[in-house]
Design a protein around this ligand. Structure first.
Ligand SMILES: *Cc1c(COP(=O)(O)O)cnc(C)c1O
Length: 421
């Protein structure tokens, strides 16, 4: 037998091809690629406008009471063991109370499932809905993790558009056109990543009515809850649970700036009990029985984190992010070839469009971001990573002085690469 044939026969394993392909395109994978392009002899510091984790900057330090809550939880020695796979009761109850403050009805602890960050909340819901033949509707641009997980469990993905000229509202016509009898859910992200938009109450109601008409679930990713600083206040999608069942995903990662603490939730907003009837709740429990839990000591701290963090902390953080959003939006107005259709009003991001016709020798958004990393040590996420070719997603939640420096370098870069007359 020839050597090659023997090798083929001997090893029966193969990597999951869907997984290998889809994970190249996660935000983290693209940012690692860009970081590897940084010129090592460049003396200037790297300006990270690519990721949404401001925890490294002193001005974004979390609340003292939140830190104390975790320390107290550890010192109590009550949370050193395994918890129930759905989360410990006091923490579930605390999340129900926290979210109920903004809802027209009361959630109960049974409506709340604790997860390892919002990331695992996404994984849970996508996996629970992934039957053969089923499809899920995702926003474009969006958060690529949904797509990566859907692909890894063979759930078909269809994309509806968000409309840049209408404050990134959902194109409900495209939702209607895409949905069929195998569509299980649509996902919205509000406040928006990557668009930095905040949906109006009226628009959310229309989303609920559309989902109800189509008989599909709404999954509302509210990991940026309350990070809203423009004309629209944050309205939780669960407000419309009397129209149609809603599943809310969230975490403490963004509002408290502690993404390393890994605590999130899946919350059922379904006063009519439709999801229970369809076995969705049992399936969520079954999935959580299989998967790792949020650290018990962080769960132990949740009641204090949620109840004791004062408005001053949130006001301070939202104030800094708002100032950053303004610096970014105004700064970008004078950058050649970069167009911002919609002023950011929430989350930590803005989407801007490249006008490639003004540049010499820039092929596309990825080429732009690679050269920007190489020449200016500035990291920005190419739009293709969030589904929009020749756009960029800029994170402005960084120390304001670093942000200003980043925008200055971006401007110099664009001028240097512009077509000369
Ligand atoms: C950051 C982010 C998540 C993940 O949140 P974690 O709590 O850190 O796991 C989920 N969805 C969106 C839209 C995000 O930006």
């Amino acid at each position: 037998m020839e050597m090659e044939a023997l090798t083929k026969k001997k090893w029966g394993f193969r990597a999951n091809s869907e997984l290998s392909m889809s994970s190249d395109n996660t935000v983290r994978a693209v940012l690692y690629m860009l970081l590897s392009k940084i010129n090592q002899s460049e003396p200037r510091p790297v300006i990270p406008l690519g990721h949404g984790d401001p925890s490294a900057f002193p001005c974004f330090r979390t609340a003292q009471v939140a830190q104390d809550a975790v320390v107290d939880s550890i010192r109590s020695a009550k949370f050193n063991g395994y918890g129930p796979t759905v989360g410990i009761l006091p923490a579930r109850r605390a999340v129900a109370e926290y979210l109920s403050k903004d809802l027209p009805y009361e959630l109960s602890a049974d409506d709340v499932f604790l997860t390892l960050g919002c990331t695992q909340a996404i994984q849970t819901m996508v996996t629970v809905l992934a039957n053969p033949e089923a499809n899920i509707l995702l926003p474009k641009p969006g958060f690529p993790y949904y797509e990566a997980i859907a692909k890894s469990c063979h759930l078909e993905v269809r994309h509806f558009d968000l409309l840049p000229d209408h404050d990134w509202e959902v194109d409900l016509d495209s939702v209607n056109a895409l949905a069929d009898e195998n569509t299980v859910a649509m996902v919205i992200i509000n406040p928006g990543n990557p668009c930095g938009n905040v949906y109006t109450r009226q628009h959310l109601q229309k989303v609920a009515e559309t989902a109800n008409k189509l008989g599909i679930l709404v999954i509302s990713d509210e990991v940026y809850d309350h990070l809203a600083f423009g004309k629209n206040p944050f309205v939780p999608m669960g407000t419309f649970a009397s129209i149609t069942p809603i599943i809310t995903l969230g975490s403490i990662s963004k509002r408290w700036i502690v993404p390393g603490w890994r605590l999130g939730w899946v919350v059922i907003n379904d006063p009519k009990g439709i999801l229970k009837q369809h076995g969705i709740i049992d399936c969520i429990t079954a999935y959580l029985n299989l998967s790792p839990d949020a650290p018990t000591f962080v769960q132990g701290a949740v009641p204090d984190i949620l109840a004791k963090t004062k408005d001053d902390f949130f006001k301070k953080i939202v104030g800094i992010i708002k100032d950053c959003a303004n610096i970014c939006h105004e700064g970008i107005q004078d950058v050649l070839g970069v167009i911002c259709p919609s002023k950011p009003e929430g989350s930590m991001f803005v989407m801007v469009k490249l006008d490639l016709s003004v540049f010499d020798n820039i092929k596309d958004d990825v080429d732009f971001c690679v050269k920007l990393a190489q020449e200016e040590s500035v990291i920005i996420l190419p739009g293709i990573s969030v589904g929009m070719n020749n756009w960029l997603r800029v994170t402005y939640a960084i120390e304001p002085s670093a942000l200003e420096e980043g925008i200055r370098r971006l401007k110099v870069f664009c001028e240097r690469h512009s077509k000369k007359p």
